[in-house]
Design a protein around this ligand. Structure first.
Ligand SMILES: C[S@@+](CC[C@H](N)C(=O)[O-])C[C@H]1O[C@@H](n2cnc3c(N)ncnc32)[C@H](O)[C@@H]1O
Ligand SMILES: [Zn+2]
Length: 929
């Protein structure tokens, strides 16, 4: 590896990749859906064959935030970036908490994920050789806070910020407050939680019936004939058991009457009253109009408007606790409808007395909000219009409550009181956002409410008005959202305690591990713009910048969080000044603004093609430069990269280059749940990578990108990585090894510069030529290294025809079904100057290319090698091993070597029978020796 200023860090040399990936995967998985393979991996990891898997509270349960990273991986990456290269991996793992994890597994036969175990801070200090508080770790785009949370737990001086006020509050709630106030905070919140639940029950209980769980509504509007029709596409309540809702259209009734049916009713194409055609779009528009008018009337204090409630929101079914007849569903009763009307009347009364308007989000949905664009286009212009009257009532009452308590708590406890109010507001948010708005949906397979963040937003990054929506019983939901402990403590089995995803159990976990670690004036959480980090922090003051930035337009952070912000802001009105003190706010924005300052967000679409640049990238460059200014000379920047598109990967490395960094190491660390990760594997080869870089790089100068020194440097980087990963973990981790090796080889381009081009030529051109040459050399290096490793040393990679080289490499990179990312394959083909990819693949689908079987491809060497394998198998079968050995001897060495190579690494992918593999390896190894 080329020179690194000062001592290299552990992460630039070694990292317990497979262990951390398994742990991270466990953290992101849902226990109930955990793949068998992962269970086995974990058992192996801790060396215990019979083990119980525990599911302690998840940090994400405190509040939804997009793109949260597994905190156990964040911990490992930070520590590896702080320790020197000489650190023993074993001590490193022990310091991370693996020791404790293993002990618990072996002693108690229970697997506790790493995030629920504290790191060994004494050992951290010892390995570091100094007080960890002297190591400054900054996460400038900290979002949900995985990185700073773990940096603080390790004992480092921890500074985190985000431009987004929701993230900023979440960072304070997740990291700062539990650390600063510890148990005191927890107890206060717990007490407050009980009071809030009491209040909710008393104030809201009468608007629901005791043992209902959820109400399922359809929107309804008037047809041309003046009769009310439901807007419904599917009306499944429980698909598995065949429980549906259909409607009876009685000419006397004001609205169609729901009934439970055992089959899906046909879609409504003609009106059952007048027989004319029904246009969904027209009905939708009418519904919006009625809904908006109804809310306006109620908000003007008109109690009579409440009578229309049941016609605008058609209550179709009520889900009760438990199963029972009809799977626990019942039809709405007249009392149900009366309760709905009563809630609407109360809303109107509150409006009439003037107390309502400051309690609900009256602010407009900003035109710049892309997530809610569809909703706006449908005609809903204000945030409060995303709720039905009863939902709005619950929102208003609870907002009023939190606001009042916030004021009182602040008076009594100062900042601690404001902090306590923040958790109450987060609980309110959980209730409102997840269960009580009209963008929810009923999940007819799992019998649950699909919330906005996990449903519409997760699926399409945008939100629309659907057909059905749900409403939960608000005070019951609050009970869940807070999850205050019922009864006495769980005793020793506490770790394995199942939680239902409430806030208090998370807070307990947080304060237990963070209490006492906060040092005011050293640690900090800021509302800032990372591209101006050097305005906020002193120059040369930071040891590690550890960042997980947005990736192009993958998420619309401001878009989705604005929905949350307008609720938070109103509930926390009296304590906004405590929560956003001047010294914490580094951007030009006021917490009284209902709009998120989206103009600051590092965000934008990817470049149109490989080699082009994007506006997003320009911001990343600005950020990287600002980060270079605050980093110490031997400081490290570590960045997570979790993006699928190849253009992004190429641009990002260029941005490092452009901003004066050199990339010293990469690792493929899994950062998302397995399901999503696996899905992206074949679409994107180089994803989920941690990139380690150093600023102010001095670069070696080159006359020619094919310079042998440069190529050798690439080869060294590739070999070191492959050797390290494969020697440690074997071929089971070939994929991680390949990705990391290739990225490492590719990053060598950031350590050189070209002399040949005139200064005024686009700088990017220099880099592109280097990057291309690096990729070419890296592919060769991978092939050569693996050849040596397999003992097929006689394979001369350089002598292979370009297409066979490409094919062989793609075969290595492909999954077991011979699929590989199309973009990636194309890019490698280009770098290898290989003829058209099209002759090597059978086709492309959804971004993945399907490799053609070797017997149909025109590639000389690859095809010959495959033919040889077939021949050997055939001969051995018919005439015995000796005859096969003779055949092997007749083959030319290059073909034999390549065949050996395929047998070593690609056997299964080639669809050959596993039990015959040794035959081929044995016959060939004789001649290759
Ligand atoms: C991928 S998320 C971080 C997630 C986090 N690592 C976690 O585990 O929860 C990226 C974050 O960058 C923030 N961000 C975007 N532009 C920013 C800017 N200019 N300054 C500060 N933060 C920014 C976004 O608000 C978002 O929270
Ligand atoms: Zn009609």
């Amino acid at each position: 590896m080329s020179a690194v200023s000062g001592e290299a860090k552990l992460i630039e040399r070694k990292f317990p990749l497979a262990e951390i990936n398994a742990i991270a995967e466990y953290e992101t998985a849902f226990l109930k859906l955990m793949p068998r393979e992962l269970r086995e991996k974990i058992k192996e990891l801790v060396g215990v064959s019979e083990i119980k898997f525990s599911d302690p509270p998840k940090i994400r349960s405190i509040m939804y935030y997009p793109a949260r990273r597994p905190s156990s991986a964040a911990r490992a990456v930070t520590l590896a970036a702080a320790l020197g290269e000489g650190t023993e991996l074993k001590s490193f793992m022990e310091a991370l908490g693996f020791g404790e994890l293993e002990r618990r597994a072996q002693r108690d036969k229970i697997f506790v994920p790493l995030y629920a175990i504290d790191p060994d801070r004494e050992l951290v200090a010892k390995l570091l050789g100094r007080d960890p508080k002297n190591v400054v770790v900054v996460d400038p785009m900290a979002g949900g806070g995985s990185i700073p949370l773990e940096a603080l737990r390790l004992g480092f001086a921890t500074i985190a910020g985000d431009y987004n006020p929701v993230a900023y509050l979440l960072l304070r709630a997740t990291v700062e407050f539990p650390a600063k106030y510890g148990r005191k905070l927890y107890e206060l919140v717990e007490e407050e939680a009980r009071k809030m639940i009491e209040y909710a029950r008393a104030e809201l209980g009468r608007y629901y019936s005791e043992d209902d769980k959820c109400y399922i509504f359809f929107r309804a509007a008037h047809h041309d004939c003046g009769r009310v029709l439901p807007l419904a596409r599917t009306s499944a309540l429980n698909r598995k058991r065949g429980i549906y809702i259909s409607f009876e259209y009685d000419k006397q009734a004001k609205a169609p009457a729901p009934k439970i049916s055992d089959r899906q009713p046909p879609p409504l194409t003609t009106c059952p009253y007048c027989g004319r055609a029904v246009s969904e779009k027209a009905l939708q528009a009418k519904w919006v109009e009625r809904h908006v008018k109804l809310l306006e009337a109620l908000l003007s204090g008109d109690e009579n408007a409440a009578d229309r409630v049941a016609e605008v929101y058609l209550l179709a079914a009520v889900k009760r606790e438990g199963k029972g007849r009809h799977g626990g569903y019942r039809l709405p009763s007249p009392e149900d409808l009366e309760r709905l009307r009563e809630a609407a009347r109360e809303l109107a009364r509150m409006a009439g007395s003037g107390e309502l308007h400051s309690l609900i989000p009256l602010a407009p949905i900003p035109a710049g909000n892309e997530v809610f664009e569809g909703v706006r286009e449908a005609g809903l212009r204000y945030w409060y219009q995303l709720y039905n009257p009863r939902q709005l009532l619950a929102l208003a009452k609870l907002t009023a409550y939190v606001r009042q308590r916030a004021e009182e708590l602040r008076g009594e406890h100062g900042e601690l009181g404001a902090a306590a109010a923040l958790y109450l507001a987060l609980a309110l948010l959980k209730l409102v956002i997840d269960y009580n708005n009209m963008l929810t949906m009923w999940h007819s397979e799992r019998q649950i409410i699909v919330n906005v963040s996990g449903g519409q937003y997760a699926l399409g990054r945008s939100v629309r008005l659907g057909y059905d929506f749900c409403e939960a019983v608000s005070y019951v939901t609050l009970l869940w959202a807070l999850e205050a402990e019922e009864g006495e403590e769980g005793g020793e089995a506490e770790d394995s305690e199942e939680t239902r995803g409430g806030i208090l159990p998370v807070l307990k976990l947080l304060y237990s591990s963070l209490e006492g670690l906060w040092r005011e004036g050293v640690d900090g959480v800021y509302l800032w713009d990372a591209t101006r980090l050097d305005d906020a922090l002193p120059r040369s003051s930071v040891d590690i910048v550890h960042v997980d930035p947005p990736y192009y337009d993958q998420h619309d952070y401001s878009g989705i969080t604005e929905f949350f912000w307008v609720v938070l802001q109103q509930a926390l009105l009296p304590v906004l000044d405590q929560l956003f003190p001047k010294e914490r706010v580094k951007i030009d924005w006021s917490p009284y603004d209902p709009e998120i300052p989206r103009r600051l967000e590092v965000r934008g679409g990817p470049p149109k093609e490989v080699g082009a640049l994007s506006a997003f990238g320009t911001k990343i460059s600005a950020f990287l430069r600002a980060a270079a200014n605050v980093l110490k000379t031997d400081g490290l920047l570590v960045m997570w990269y979790a993006y699928g598109k190849l253009q992004g990967w190429e641009e990002l490395f260029y941005r490092f280059y452009e901003s004066g960094y050199k990339v010293t190491k990469t690792w493929q660390v899994w950062s998302e749940s397995r399901q999503r990760f696996i899905a992206s594997l074949t679409k994107a080869f180089l994803t989920s990578i941690v990139i380690v870089a150093r600023p102010n790089a001095e670069r070696a100068r080159l006359a020619d990108p094919d310079d042998p020194d440069f190529r050798n440097d690439v080869k060294r980087a590739v070999s070191q990585t492959l050797e390290y990963v494969l020697a440690r973990y074997g071929p089971a981790n070939l994929r991680e090894a390949l990705v990391t090796a290739l990225a490492d080889g590719f990053s060598v381009a950031t350590r050189y510069e070209l002399l040949t081009l005139a200064e005024d030529l686009v700088f990017q051109t220099h880099y592109r030529r280097l990057a291309e040459a690096a990729l070419r050399a890296a592919v060769d290096a991978v092939l050569e290294h693996l050849a040596a490793l397999a003992g097929a040393r006689t394979l001369s990679v350089g002598a292979l025809d370009a297409a066979s080289r490409l094919y062989t490499f793609l075969l290595l990179a492909a999954d077991d079904d011979m699929r590989v990312s199309y973009d990636f394959a194309n890019r490698v083909a280009q770098a290898l100057r290989s003829p058209a990819l099209s002759s090597l693949i059978r086709g492309e689908q959804g971004g993945t290319a399907l490799l053609a079987p070797p017997d149909v491809i025109p590639m000389v060497a690859a095809r010959a090698a495959h033919a040889l394998i077939r021949d050997l198998l055939d001969t051995a079968l018919r005439y015995g091993l000796r005859a096969a050995e003779d055949r092997a001897r007749e083959a030319d060495r290059q073909t034999a070597a390549l065949a050996y190579y395929y047998a070593s690494f690609c056997w299964r992918k080639l669809g050959l029978p596993l039990e015959q593999r040794d035959t081929v390896l044995n016959t060939l190894s004789g001649v290759l020796r």
